[in-house]
Structure formats: C-alpha cells, structure tokens
Design a protein around this ligand. Structure first.
Ligand code: NDP
Ligand code: 2IT
Length: 446
C-alpha cells in the first residue's frame, strides 16, 4: 500500500471513528486505485480521491412514530448524498436495526462506483433508518414510512436524489413513502424507484439485482468455457435479491441448495425450485426474520446459527448482508472446490477472504459490478418515467442483460489495461472511479 493511500485511509479513520465498514470499503477501493495514481498523477494532484471519501452532504433526522398500542417511538433517519458528478444521487434506503451512519456511508461510497459502472447517468447516495421492521404490523410500517418521508421529502427530487429499496424496504414501503411524498409536494414524479407497476414502476425491477448477478456469474464462467447448467449453488439470505437470483439460476439449469437467515441456513439437496421459490416471498413478507420455517414446511435440514459456506458447491452467491464470508468460510469453499463467488449483497466478503479467493484462482465477482443490475434497472425505471412510457418485460430484461455483459467486459478490459488480468476487483474499482473522477475534473472544484 502506498504512503499516499495509507495517509488517506488514516485520515478517513481519524475523521470518522467507529465506522469500520466505511474504512473497509475505502481501503478496498484505495488498494486498486494505486495502479491509477502511478499512471495519472493529475488525479492525486487534484485530490480527487480525498474529495470522494467526503460525502457532498449528510442528512440526519428524527423519525417519531406511534405503534398500534399508542406507544411513542423515535428512530433515526439518514440520507448520505455522496457524489453527484455524473447524475442525481441514486441509491437505496435500508431499514434494519444494524443501520448506523458508518454502514450507510460505506454503502453510499460503494454506490458511487457501482452507478458509474452501469453506464447510466446516476450519482451515488444511500439512506435508511435503524427502525426494525421485525414483528411490525402493516399500519406501523406505513406510519413509520410516512414520518420518515415527512422530513426526507425536502431533500430529494427526480433531478436531485432518487432513493429506492434495500434491506427491509421493498415495494410496500416504497408505496407508503411515495404516497407521502406526493401529498407533501403535490407532484407525481419519478422521485423513487422500485415503484408498483400501476404507479410508475418498471417490470423486472424486483428481480433485477438477482438476475443481474446471475448474468454476471454466467459471463465469468464463460471466460473459462463453463456455464451455470448443472452447477450447484449456495445462496445466502432469503430476501428480494436471493429470490431473483434463485429464479434465474433455475432458469439456466443450475441448482440452489441453500438459503439462510439470521437464524441459520437450510440445506435442500433437491433444489429450491417451483413452489419453494414462491414460498420465499411469503417468508420475506412475514417480517419474521427466520428461514427455519422453510425447513419445517418442505422437510429439509436446518442448521441453527450456521452459515451455508461449509456445503460443497460449485458456486457461492451471498445475498444477505455485509461481511458474511470470513477467511474460515473462504477456506471451506476453496477446499470444497468452489469455482466462482459472485457478490449479490454489498461487501459480503471480508478483505482477507477476497484475497484468498483470488490467490486460489476462484472467479470472484465484486458487488459493485456484480449486483449493479438492481440500480441499473432503477435507472431504466427513471428513463421510462421521464418518457412517460413503460417498456415490456423483454425490453427491460434485454437491456439489463446487455448492461451486465458490458460491466463484465469493462471490468476485464480495465483489469488488463492496468496490469492485473482477471482481477475483477481492480477492474470494477478503477473503471468506476475513472468516469466519476473525469467528470469531477471537468466540473472544477466540486
Ligand atoms: P431484503 O430485506 O429483501 O433481504 C435481506 C436478507 O438478508 C434477508 O434474508 C435478511 O434477513 C438478511 N439479513 C439482513 N440483515 C442481516 C443481518 N445483519 N444478519 C443476517 N442476515 C441479515 O433485502 P435485499 O434482498 O434487497 O438485500 C440483500 C442484500 O443485497 C443487501 O446487502 C443489499 O444491500 C444488497 N442489494 C440490494 C439491492 C436491491 O435492489 N434490493 C441491489 C443491490 C444490492 P432479515 O430481514 O430477516 O434480517
Ligand atoms: O445497493 C443497491 O444498489 C440498491 N439497493 C439499489 C439502489 C437503487 O437505487 O436501485
């Protein structure tokens, strides 16, 4: 690690103590960017990376709400407006008790590079709340969303900042948020993505992140003359992203043998298919935080408190949350002959585990490239909203597929150009950086 990058990381740590996930994300990108600064000192001179690690704006606010029993509650709401060099801020909202400023800063930082890779004009942002949807009634979720938007509405807009879903925020929550925005602004616009189909949403958006990650995996496998057909896959999580990934893996002839939740994982040797895929939606909508019910319903094994990475599979697709693959997990996957790991969640693999996969020759697709299909399809939703014309399923899916192929090729070409062939992490970080950095240079002191 060069002195220059190390000093930036030290400063980030000093200014943002107690934000380890943000430090981790900056370090991962910083390591790749060394290769850029060697060739292009002009970025270093203009302090582009120092600017990128400082959000353009951070909004933090109180979210008071009342439960069904009439008891008062207060949560904290956030929106990190990280970078708008190439378009309006764009990124999801996360409702989960683990949400902190640091978690959202890491996610907003990653989003800047990811959105750049999509080739669409979107800057980077992220937001959310430490609100816990577990066990909440529909009315409680609605009141919370309305209160959240009552503050957020003044900071966002279709040309300013366009939030979407993430953990704990799906079509239902986007609906309540959109309804409140519309009342407050007296305006029907594309201010949020992930909307319902009857009120401005795009076909394929719910499936897009999962589909995209499988398209990306397929492209990685192709470089080794392989396909997904006949491969066994370990998936973690059971939410929106996992659901989309499972569908596309089945369609391409692969077999998903695991799902996981905060309670443990299920092992289904016959594969998660047919009605079991539909059941995932019920599990997610139950707000119950547990995957064990799947094992009970379909008579398969459940491993309490364990992660799925010890199961012998060809491919691993983490779809739950950050830092779920540690060096021990990486070792199990490598020892069991895993050929590809593709990140659907954001930063699910620790830095050491990423290095282990790369050194072992496992194909490794980093999140900011591999899971960009979700936000890319959000970008397509924005285009449809601007035109006031919806596209067909085929049209959106074809565009998504093309975008994922292009991102894959851009990563490979960039990795090659900077002397690290096959290193998708460097390719994604560098290609994502260059577009935003050049825009910032063009725009002066921004
Ligand atoms: P969902 O809320 O639909 O599902 C999240 C899944 O992860 C659930 O199974 C959830 O269980 C589990 N999970 C969440 N937090 C934890 C935790 N701390 N420990 C263990 N399990 C946890 O969210 P999504 O499917 O939308 O998101 C999954 C991942 O994909 C996240 O990393 C997200 O940032 C990323 N992503 C999402 C995109 C999108 O468009 N939705 C786009 C790109 C990436 P439970 O809810 O029961 O805790
Ligand atoms: O992490 C992500 O890319 C998302 N949660 C999707 C963001 C979006 O704006 O669609």
């Amino acid at each position: 690690m060069s002195q220059y990058i190390e000093s930036i990381i030290e400063e980030v740590k000093a200014k943002n103590p107690a934000e380890p996930e943000f430090h981790q994300a900056v370090r991962e990108v910083g390591e790749s960017l060394e290769l850029v600064f060697e060739k292009h000192p002009e970025y270093q001179y203009a302090k582009i990376f120092e600017r990128m690690v400082e959000p353009e704006r951070v909004i933090m606010f109180r979210v008071p709400w009342m439960d069904d029993q009439g008891e008062y509650h207060v949560n904290r709401g956030f929106r990190i407006e990280m970078n708008s060099a190439i378009g309006p801020y764009k990124g999801g909202l996360r409702f989960h008790p683990s949400v902190t400023l640091g978690i959202l800063k890491f996610l907003a930082f990653e989003q800047v590079f990811k959105n750049s890779l999509t080739t669409l004009p979107m800057g980077g942002g992220k937001g959310g709340s430490d609100f816990n949807p577990k066990g909440k009634s529909d009315n409680e979720i609605m009141r919370f969303c309305q209160s959240f938007m009552t503050e957020l509405f003044r900071h966002i807009g279709p040309n300013t900042d366009v939030p979407a879903g993430d953990i704990g925020v799906g079509t239902r929550e986007i609906g309540y948020l959109f309804g409140q925005y519309k009342r407050l602004k007296n305006e029907f616009s594309g201010v949020l993505t992930g909307k319902g189909l009857n009120w401005g949403g795009s076909l394929i958006r719910p499936e897009a992140t999962g589909y995209g990650v499988v398209y990306f995996t397929e492209e990685m496998l192709k470089t080794k003359g392989m396909t997904i057909e006949g491969k066994t896959v370990a998936v973690s999580g059971f939410g929106n992203v996992a659901w989309g990934a499972v569908q596309k893996i089945n369609e391409l002839g692969g077999k998903v043998v695991t799902l996981s939740g905060p309670d443990g994982f299920i092992y289904d040797p016959d594969g998660v298919k047919g009605e079991k895929v539909d059941y995932m939606l019920k599990l997610r909508a139950s707000n119950n935080d547990a995957v064990e019910d799947y094992a009970k319903k379909f008579g398969v094994e459940f491993f309490q408190g364990k992660k799925p990475w010890g199961v012998k599979v060809d491919i691993a697709i983490p779809c739950a949350t950050e830092n779920e693959i540690y060096p021990d997990d990486a070792k199990s996957l490598i020892d069991n002959g895993c050929i590809a790991v593709c990140e659907a969640a954001n930063m699910p693999t620790t830095l050491e585990a990423v290095k282990m996969f790369q050194e072992a020759g496992v194909l490794f697709g980093p999140a900011k490239a591999a899971n960009a299909g979700g936000v890319a399809t959000s970008g397509l939703e924005m285009s449809q909203n601007s035109m006031r014309l919806p596209w067909s399923k085929e049209e959106v899916d074809n565009r998504l597929h093309e975008i994922m192929k292009r991102i894959h090729n851009t990563c490979l070409e960039t990795a090659d150009k900077f002397g690290t062939p096959g290193n998708y992490v460097n390719g994604a970080n560098i290609a994502g950086f260059l577009k935003v950095a050049d825009a910032m240079m063009d725009q002066g002191l921004v």
